[in-house]
Design a protein around this ligand. Structure first.
Ligand SMILES: C[S@@+](CC[C@H](N)C(=O)[O-])C[C@H]1O[C@@H](n2cnc3c(N)ncnc32)[C@H](O)[C@@H]1O
Length: 249
């Protein structure tokens, strides 16, 4: 009779111990997978997509942080840059006196940098870039007499319709809120008969950048539907195809 409270306390201890064991099991089977899931999503969104689904300000914030390492990360091959960028752009420019070139999402001035290494380039290049730090690095790497830097977004572009002879946009489409709208805006500022030079993200990771990339098969057709002709798509880098397309007119 006198043992009643002691037995009740022991039972209570047993229940608490059981609950603790259960919560440990729960935390192992729920918390750890949940944590791994969250880390995986963060890795995918920040590392693979570079924040593409988190809004354009987030993307630019990442570029602001990484700008000082951009060249080291990319390791562009100067010969490759000449062959695939500078040479064909110079060839188009050769047929156009005093041409205007726009590079949207110019980064650290990749296009102007390699283009003006060639002799006798008679063109004005406008580099448009929203990240302050990328823009600053770009200003240092490009000749000031022929290159002008403008801070701004791809949509809307702060230029009138049909202003440029060549509009380039390299490795940026998938980071913009709506890639198709971005291409339309690039087309708007290109004069009829002018040339668009644009990349499409391909490779293993491309399909995980949901809603931001175009399949290899569909990309030429998309450009044609948007008013381009003479579309040629080259396999350029592991992660990017490079397309040339001429605006009808
Ligand atoms: C991978 S880098 C490419 C830079 C350069 N075109 C090159 O090929 O080295 C992507 C660039 O796009 C810019 N960018 C990202 N979102 C943008 C947007 N909505 N409008 C314009 N530029 C954007 C970034 O700031 C960054 O400089």
């Amino acid at each position: 009779m006198g043992y009643g409270p002691v037995v009740a306390r022991i039972d209570l201890y047993a229940i608490v111990a059981k609950l603790q064991r259960r919560s440990m099991v729960l935390s192992t089977w729920v918390f750890i997978p949940l944590l791994l899931f969250v880390v995986g999503i963060a890795y995918w969104e920040i590392w693979v997509c570079e924040g593409a689904h988190l809004g354009r300000r987030f993307v630019i914030w990442l570029y602001d942080i990484a700008a000082f390492r951009y060249e080291r990360i990319k390791q562009f091959d100067p010969m490759w840059e000449q062959q695939f960028l500078a040479e064909p752009v110079a060839e188009v420019l050769g047929t156009l006196p005093n041409a205007w070139v726009l590079d949207v999402g110019a980064g650290t001035g990749r296009l102007a940098h390699c283009l003006f290494q060639r002799p006798n380039i008679q063109a004005s290049v406008i580099c448009l870039e929203p990240s302050k730090s990328m823009l600053k690095s770009g200003q240092i790497r490009t000749p000031s007499e022929s290159t002008r830097w403008v801070r701004g977004w791809a949509v809307p572009l702060p230029f009138p319709d049909e202003r440029f002879d060549i509009v380039a946009s390299l490795e940026i489409l998938e980071f913009t809120p709506q890639p198709k709208q971005t291409i339309e805006e690039l087309a708007r500022v290109l004069r009829p008969g002018g040339w668009l030079l644009v990349t499409n993200r391909v490779g293993k990771e491309a399909r995980w950048i949901f809603g931001k990339t175009f399949s290899r098969e569909r990309f030429p057709g998309i450009l044609e539907d948007m008013g381009f002709e003479n579309v040629e798509v080259f396999r350029w880098q592991v992660t990017y195809d490079l397309a040339w397309a001429q605006k009808k007119g």
